[in-house]
Design a protein around this ligand. Structure first.
Ligand code: SF4
Length: 505
């Protein structure tokens, strides 16, 4: 049964207290299954202002952003008087059935979909977070990760703040609630200027929507416009522009790094709450997270991935018969590689799109079960072929080895693995769930050692320069590459997480 939390919903008692007990017992904690060796984005956010059925529009937008988080989702709506919030564990379509959406009235909505890390009190920390503050009711949905929360949280608690969740997003709301500023928009701007790290956020009061991006612009956030049936404008925000397509909304622009936008019945206003900080947008959004049909950081993701594949072919071409992507994320780069190398592109691995988050396992788990459940080789395309396999990352190396074995097991005579970004050598602190340095194979082994471990005939990664060149031409052209370089654009990092394996043992 889908677990849901209701707050401010007409006819239903708020459920926060029972939820705390459930979360303490570990309800809803996600576990990575065996074939899961990808990095995970933690969130997608949406906001809708002035649309007749705002909750349904938020639902559609979240549906398009489901790839950014599959563990929990929530929608809050406001009708000028009340601010209702429903969130739950599971996929957007599982939580928001027709009768649940009907409980969310109003012309304004914000929404959130989340991948929560293991050990989180998942439903308690699901978003939007709704807080009754000294500035009135506020709901917030946040994509990213703050890095100076320890200090801020301690200070706020000394000042009397009572936190409902362990989520860093609530720190922003508590800062707003404790602000001495005279107006809400000043309180929000002042609070955002105090937090360090990654945040693309949407907020809602009873009568206004706010959208903001951190000064470095780590995570994407786009603004769009759609028409009501009566011809009036509705303003929408979403983590990725692919959400606008489903709403038939027109893409207007990206929210700028350090910008706070307020939308009310009086129109749209904008201000910079921070400036002069170098931009550091997450380049891994272009490599893997964002959908290829999205335009983020001023650039189409499809274009970047195609260029990464082409550049990879130029840098580390190899004599082969066929180019095969590891689906789905390796597909666009593989198309670019194949075209540049003049080799045929074939779907030699088929992904099962219907693998749920839970499945009935056989009594005796067979070797490589997790990977074989998700991917299956097309024997007639691979047998007797020299295969270039294109993927977008090697994290621990175990999954890559299983895939290489699978391709060879289907009859490939050679397997050459090409990765469309540089080696992942350091963890992310800005909203991406990465293992610590001890578990990242490239942080602890040479490329030749990794090649031997994954049993490929050859292995090559895209160079850092090649990746940056492939993503060139967007908003500011200034990227965070910390997981490839170890050069972090902020301070306040967890030193334990970035120690190499040798220093730990
Ligand atoms: S460390 Fe990597 S994943 Fe994290 S924000 Fe920087 S580029 Fe993106």
């Amino acid at each position: 049964m889908t677990q849901r939390l209701y707050q401010g919903v007409s006819g239903i008692l708020d459920q926060t207290a029972s939820l705390v007990a459930n979360c303490a017992a570990g309800v809803g904690r996600p576990v990575r299954d065996e074939g899961d060796d990808k990095l995970h984005e933690e969130c997608g956010v949406v906001a809708v202002h002035n649309y007749a059925d705002a909750a349904r529009q938020a639902y559609l937008a979240l549906y398009a952003l489901q790839h950014r988080g599959q563990e929990s989702a929530g929608i809050a709506t406001a009708d000028g008087q009340r601010l209702a919030n429903i969130k739950g564990m599971g996929l957007v379509s599982e939580i928001f059935t027709d009768d649940v959406i009907a409980k969310l009235p109003g012309r304004m909505a914000i929404g959130h979909t989340r991948y929560s890390t293991t050990g989180d009190s998942a439903l308690l920390n699901a978003q939007p977070i709704r807080v009754d503050s000294t500035k009135g009711l506020i709901a917030i949905a946040h994509n990213g990760n703050l890095v100076n929360l320890g200090n801020l949280r301690a200070r706020l608690e000394r000042e009397g703040a009572y936190f409902q969740t362990t989520s860093d997003s609530e720190i922003i709301v508590q800062l707003i609630a404790h602000s001495q500023a005279g107006t809400l928009v000043d309180a929000i701007a002042g609070s955002l200027a105090q937090v360090e790290g990654a945040f693309s956020i949407v907020m809602m009061t009873r009568d206004r929507i706010f959208a903001a991006r951190d000064p470095r612009g780590f995570r994407p956030l786009s603004m769009g416009r759609m028409k009501n049936p009566d011809g009036s404008d509705a303003i929408v925000f979403a983590s990725e522009s692919c959400a606008f397509d489903l709403l038939r909304a027109e893409f207007l622009r990206d929210v700028h790094p350090g910008e706070l936008i307020m939308v009310s019945d009086d129109g749209v206003t904008s201000r910079q709450f921070a400036s002069g900080i170098p931009q550091a947008s997450c380049i891994f959004e272009h490599v893997y997270f964002a959908r290829p049909d999205s335009r983020i950081f001023g650039r189409w993701v499809q274009e970047s991935r195609d260029q990464m594949g082409r550049q990879l072919a130029r840098e580390s071409g190899v004599s082969a018969d066929v180019v095969v992507p590891v689906p789905d994320s390796g597909v666009t780069a593989a198309l670019g590689y194949a075209e540049e190398a003049g080799l045929p592109f074939r779907f030699g691995l088929i992904r099962n799109h219907y693998v749920g988050r839970t499945f009935i396992e056989p009594e005796q788990r067979v070797r490589d079960f997790g990977v074989r459940l998700k991917l299956n080789p097309v024997h007639n395309l691979l047998a007797g072929k020299r295969v270039v396999l294109i993927d977008d990352s090697i994290i621990r190396g175990t999954t890559s080895r299983k895939i290489v074995r699978m391709v060879r097991g289907a009859g490939a005579t050679e397997v050459h693995l090409r990765i469309s970004c540089p080696p992942t050598v350091s963890p992310c602190f800005y909203g991406v769930d990465t293992p610590n340095k001890r578990e990242l194979i490239a942080a602890n082994q040479s490329i030749e050692e990794i090649r031997r471990f994954i049993e490929a005939d050859s292995l090559a990664y895209l160079s850092l320069e090649g990746m940056l060149k492939s993503c060139d031409g967007g908003e500011g052209n200034s990227f965070c590459t910390a997981c490839y370089t170890g050069n972090y654009p902020t301070q306040w990092l967890d030193v334990e997480e970035i120690l190499p394996a040798a220093a730990i043992s």
